[in-house]
Design a protein around this ligand. Structure first.
Ligand code: ZN
Length: 160
């Protein structure tokens, strides 16, 4: 398991207990968290089941921006998806991650809300603010990351 890097300053985080990292949430006092050795109050949670960090450590401003995005925009879009199909939760999550990656020009593996920095949160907020789930679906149907382009197919044909 590799340590995550602080979203705010890029320093490698260290694992410690919540109280050691001065995490204000008392329910996390005895939980393992990842904390930045440089920034004050920059941390993220650790998932004890998968034994992996949940996102990347960030200070309060970034953590608040992520939480607002999740509560006000992502939850609204997921609710819209579930109204159409009660079993679509994982698919809707996946489509939102794809939308986020394309919008921000980052890998899907780095496009979870818990990994975004403040600037990325702001960009995604503005994009989702005007978006419906239908927009996300339309995007998923037209944008296929990893689908070979015509030129790469031609190159493969030439090499074969
Ligand atoms: Zn830091």
């Amino acid at each position: 398991m590799s340590a995550p890097f602080c979203t705010d300053c890029g320093t490698e985080a260290a694992m410690m207990l919540g109280w050691e990292a001065v995490v204000s949430d008392p329910s996390l006092a005895d939980a393992r968290v990842w904390s930045c050795p440089v920034c004050r109050e920059s941390w993220c949670r650790h998932d004890p089941i998968s034994d992996r960090p949940i996102g990347t450590p960030a200070g309060e401003e970034t953590r608040t921006a992520r939480a607002l995005l999740a509560e006000r925009q992502i939850a609204r879009i997921i609710a819209e998806a579930l109204a159409q199909n009660p079993n679509a939760s994982a698919l809707a999550d996946d489509r939102i991650t794809g939308f986020t990656a394309a919008l921000l020009g980052i890998e899907r593996g780095h496009a979870a809300i818990e990994q975004l920095d403040l600037e990325q949160c702001r960009k995604l907020w503005h994009a989702l603010h005007r978006a419906s789930y239908a927009d996300i679906v339309r995007h998923a149907q037209t944008y296929r990351p990893g689908k070979p382009t015509q030129s790469s197919l031609t190159e493969q044909g030439a090499a074969a």
